[in-house]
Design a protein around this ligand. Structure first.
Ligand code: CTP
Ligand code: MG
Length: 248
């Protein structure tokens, strides 16, 4: 990106306060390591890799905010990047709200990025920022689906579930992060949701509920979310491939 000193300031909020129940017993997910480095550190580096990002706000597990501060204090990041750590909440949405509260007013573009997507490439981050700067109030990176998706009538575990509908796969996208927002729009969405109650499963969904337009830009296969144990294997394989490629 061109002259950053003339551009709107951008911050990245990283919700990292989840426990990682689906990953199985162990440390909070963001602190689990990939090739020896905590997932959160990979995620912070991925945000700081963008020239546009001047602040990274990490929303830490509430009982370990001090440990996260210590972990990140030693991190070598580009000169332009400041890091702040705040304790998180009970839900992702609450954690994002707590992170947003730590973003100063001169920041006009806010990214929200899951610590659980540690390997997102910088080109994806930049593409999201670019689209917000071009005027979209909310931008999500997303990919077409490989699987066909069925809507079902949910039943108990193991019971056959009646199919209700099959949405046309070509019109569906699986959304990733970082999601990018005009700061004022995201704040408005969080205020509205606080009044109406929760329900949206991502930040962009909250903006949709305001009636504001949300656009999709191409995501990246390496921006996948580490959710289950097999995802750790994939993430380490991606890191090994990067190391091998860097060696040539
Ligand atoms: N998150 C958060 N605060 C919460 C819950 C989730 O900051 N109370 C964050 C997670 O740390 C993660 C992101 O939101 O970076 C996406 O959530 P998810 O992948 O569901 O992570 P966990 O909630 O930790 O995992 P699980 O649902 O398996 O417990
Ligand atoms: Mg969760």
């Amino acid at each position: 990106m061109s002259d950053e000193s003339l551009s709107p300031r951008t911050a990245a909020v990283i919700p990292a306060a989840g426990r990682g129940v689906r990953l199985g017993p162990g440390a909070p997910k963001a602190l689990r390591t990939l090739s020896g480095t905590p997932m959160l550190v990979h995620a912070v580096r991925a945000m700081a890799a963008s020239n546009a990002v001047s602040l990274v706000v990490v929303v830490a597990p509430p009982d370990d905010a001090q440990g996260v501060k210590t972990l990140l204090a030693d991190l070598a990041l580009p000169e332009r990047t400041e890091v702040a750590v705040v304790p998180g909440g009970e839900t992702r949405q609450e954690s994002v709200r707590l992170g947003l509260a730590a973003v100063p007013e001169d920041i006009t573009v806010v990214l929200v990025h899951d610590a659980a997507r540690p390997l997102v490439p910088v080109d994806t981050v930049d593409a999201v920022i670019e689209a917000v700067r071009d005027g979209a109030p909310a931008v999500v990176p997303a990919l077409p689906l490989a699987d066909t998706v069925k809507e079902v009538e949910p039943r108990g575990k193991g019971e056959p579930e009646p199919v209700v509908a099959t949405p046309e796969r070509a019109r569906l996208r699986a959304v990733q992060t970082p999601q990018g927002f005009d700061r004022a729009t995201l704040l408005r969405a969080h205020t509205a949701v606080a009044a109406e109650g929760e329900g949206a499963t991502d930040c962009a969904g909250m903006v949709e509920r305001l009636g504001e337009p949300v656009v999709v830009v191409p995501g990246h296969e390496e921006a996948f979310k580490v959710t289950r144990p097999l995802d750790l294997v994939l993430a380490e394989a991606v890191l090994a491939r990067r190391r091998a490629n860097d060696g040539f």
